[in-house]
Design a protein around this ligand. Structure first.
Ligand code: PRP
Length: 211
């Protein structure tokens, strides 16, 4: 990757993509292609020598780690779950939510004896959370709509993303304890950070200023 090559940024498809495109618009970038993308996954930003790659959150990390993309916008949730070799250089402030431990309303998660079962899409985050409490739990990996697990009685609690709390409320669940706050982060490939330092820092500063 040389200095004159386009800067390639991977965005997490969906809400973080929309928020980032909104930010680019505020920065005065021409986002026409990004608005009229159809099913295309690699788009350009005219006049900025920049390419935008649209990917799933975990893949944003993979592409940045491998150097296929110089930088990426991804949620702290995915960063905490996947780790990896990249630098996290900015908290973009949007995509705010939190990881929380939740369970059926009115039940005492920490009470009683016996090892508790916790369902989650985020086993690494969950393992670390209970390790920090020196509490032994069984973790069941669920792929989506984790709220189902306590309702179907396969888990005593869940560790999941809570944004408005509506999903919990409408399913008779409640937050037992907050785990960690989440927001969108800017991540950078370490080699790109050396070769394209000025451009990356300039873009990060502009993004932060436009927030
Ligand atoms: C996320 C999360 C909760 C919900 C929280 O799910 O897993 O289910 O959003 O939002 P709320 O507090 O505003 O209700 P998502 O929509 O990503 O679907 P998934 O559960 O299938 O992953």
């Amino acid at each position: 990757m040389t200095e004159n090559k386009a800067l390639r940024i991977a965005l997490t498809k969906g809400r973080l993509e929309k928020d980032t495109v909104g930010l680019f618009e505020k920065m005065g970038f021409d986002v026409t292609e990004l608005h009229e993308k159809g099913r295309r996954l690699i788009l350009s930003v005219p006049g900025q020598n920049m390419e935008v790659v649209l990917a799933k959150a975990a893949d944003v990390i993979t592409y940045v780690e491998l150097g296929a993309c110089d930088i990426g916008v991804v949620g702290k949730d995915t960063i905490l779950e996947h780790g990896g070799k990249y630098a996290e250089i900015a908290d973009l402030g949007f995509g705010r939510c939190r990881f929380a431990l939740a369970g059926k309303k009115g039940t005492d998660f920490y009470g009683g004896v016996g090892v508790k079962t916790v369902a989650t899409k985020y086993p690494a985050v969950t393992r670390r959370f209970f390790e920090s409490k020196r509490m032994d739990v069984d973790i069941v990996k669920i792929e989506g709509s984790v709220e189902l697990a306590p309702l179907l009685k396969i888990a005593d609690g869940i560790v999941d993303i809570v944004e408005t709390g509506t999903t919990l409320r409408e399913n008779g669940l409640e937050v037992i304890e907050d785990v960690v706050p989440i927001s969108a982060r800017l991540i950078v490939n370490p080699v790109s950070m050396k070769l394209k330092k000025e451009r990356i820092e300039e873009l990060a500063e502009k993004m932060k200023a436009a927030l």
